[in-house]
Design a protein around this ligand. Structure first.
Ligand code: SF4
Ligand code: SF4
Ligand code: SF4
Length: 117
C-alpha cells in the first residue's frame, strides 16, 4: 500500500514547537521549511508531528519535509490527472485535509497490525 505522507503546513506546527534549534522556519508566504544548516538531526520534529509530515533524510541525517517547492509544486506538475493543485490555505480546507488524513492513518494502522501492509 502506498500512502503519501505530506506536510499539512499547520497553523500551529508541532514540529516547529519541538525543534530545539529553530531550524523549522516560516517564510513570508506562510510555508514552513527546514533550514538544513540549523538542523542537528535530533528527530524531535519527527516524533512531534502526528501526521507523518516530516522525516530524517538517511543520507544527510537532516530533517526533510514538503516546502511546497517554493510555490511551484513538482508533484502537481507531475500528476497527469490534475489531481494536485496548490491553493491558498483556508481553515476549512485544512480541517477537510485533517478529516481525510485521520481515517487513512487508522486504516493503515489496522492493516499493519493485521500484517497486510
Ligand atoms: S511537519 Fe507535521 S507538524 Fe509540521 S507543519 Fe507539517 S504536518 Fe504540521
Ligand atoms: S531534526 Fe532538525 S528540524 Fe527536526 S527538531 Fe531536530 S533540529 Fe529541528
Ligand atoms: S514535490 Fe514539492 S510540493 Fe510536492 S510534496 Fe514534494 S516538496 Fe511538496
Amino acid at each position: 500500500m502506498l500512502l503519501p505522507m505530506v506536510c499539512l503546513q499547520c497553523e500551529d506546527p508541532l514540529c516547529q514547537e519541538a525543534c530545539p534549534n529553530g531550524a523549522i522556519i516560516e517564510n513570508e508566504y506562510g510555508i514552513l521549511y527546514v533550514d538544513s544548516a540549523l538542523c542537528i538531526g535530533c528527530m524531535n520534529c519527527v516524533t512531534a508531528c502526528v501526521y507523518g509530515g516530516i522525516a530524517i533524510d538517511p543520507v544527510t541525517k537532516k530533517a526533510v519535509k514538503c516546502d511546497l517547492c517554493s510555490g511551484d509544486p513538482a508533484c502537481a506538475k507531475a500528476c497527469e490527472y490534475g489531481a494536485i493543485t496548490l491553493v491558498k490555505r483556508e481553515p476549512s480546507g485544512l480541517q477537510q485535509r485533517r478529516r481525510g488524513v485521520t481515517p487513512a492513518f487508522r486504516t493503515l494502522r489496522i492493516q499493519i497490525e493485521e500484517g497486510q501492509e
